[in-house]
Write a protein that binds this ligand. Sequence first.
Ligand code: PLP
Length: 373
Amino acid sequence: MSPASPALPMLPMTRPSIDEETIAAVCEVLRSGWITSGPKVQAFEAALSEICGGRPVRAFNSGTATLEVALRLAGVGPGDEVITTPLTWVATANVILEVGATPVLVDIDPASRNIDLERIEEAITPRTRALIPVDLAGLPVDRGRLYAIAGRHRLRVVEDAAQSFGAAWNGQPIGSSGDFVSFSFHANKNLTTCEGGALVLPADIDPALCERLRLQGVRRLADGNMDVDVLGGKFNLTDVAAAVGLGQLRHLREFTARRRALAQRYFERIDPALGLTLPPADFVNCNWHMFQPLLPAGSDRGAFIAAMKEQGIGVGVHYPPLHLFSLYRGLGFHAGQFPHAEDIGARTVTLPLFPAMSDADADRVCAALNRAL
Ligand SMILES: *Cc1c(COP(=O)(O)O)cnc(C)c1O
């Protein structure tokens, strides 16, 4: 297959939009002499808290660190089971192992591609301590049904909202209600700090303890001395990163609106005859973190990705089901356990979708699909 238009530059699967004002703000931080956690982190946390209905929010250096600290704050440790989905970025399950607990996986609902809420209760045992629902591609898990289950069984919830910053449930922003809510600001997420994350805290958790778990357990005393009374990690965000985040926040609404418009365009322009299964068409709650059609059953995904690349289009895979990774097979997981996650994990492809994409870029992707399939 020859490239459709060799003159066109490569269209990546995603690319952050960082404006000149943000770049200038980063330079200002670098010149200020205070480059690690300081006033910019505090301002970023305050701005995030405003979006999250005034709830306490603490910034971290990754969305993995936020999940790990949330589990520790929830009292999850050795002997406990935590229920989550096999179709997610592996960080979601790795943090369960990191705190010494046991991941228990529940298959997805093929319609939403998120954890099957109908099947959570059969996985609950006397050892279950927490649920980690994941809003895959930015499509929120039904919060009403989720918290009804958590309430009935007295379970903590750590919402892995790494992909759903800017999304909504019942007209309210994700993060503005619920138990722990964890965001990631990795370079590919809808809002970035290059690397980073934030944890929204429930009312029964002391934000000062969260801060100690974030930084070596250190408690600063009034006389200038310090104490360490708990084992903390090294998870603080830098002011350089927070300056990027503050610059990004100014565009959050516009970023989400643009992603929704591009997703809508894909729905209108992808030829139904190609046999792709399009993602759930939610233009109210979802922030369209990713646009993920499923290839027809039996397709050669590697050949499809190569054919798109030859036409200058970047395509990703999010995600192979995590229970089939060697580490998890070694824990006893095996093929056939979660058939929906395995089927979708084998057929999913992530097409380009990011705020700086033009309508013409989306049309170019659609044309390339026609040639690749
Ligand atoms: C990105 C992501 C994470 C981890 O975030 P990092 O900032 O990369 O550590 C966790 N869970 C999900 C679902 C993610 O997409």
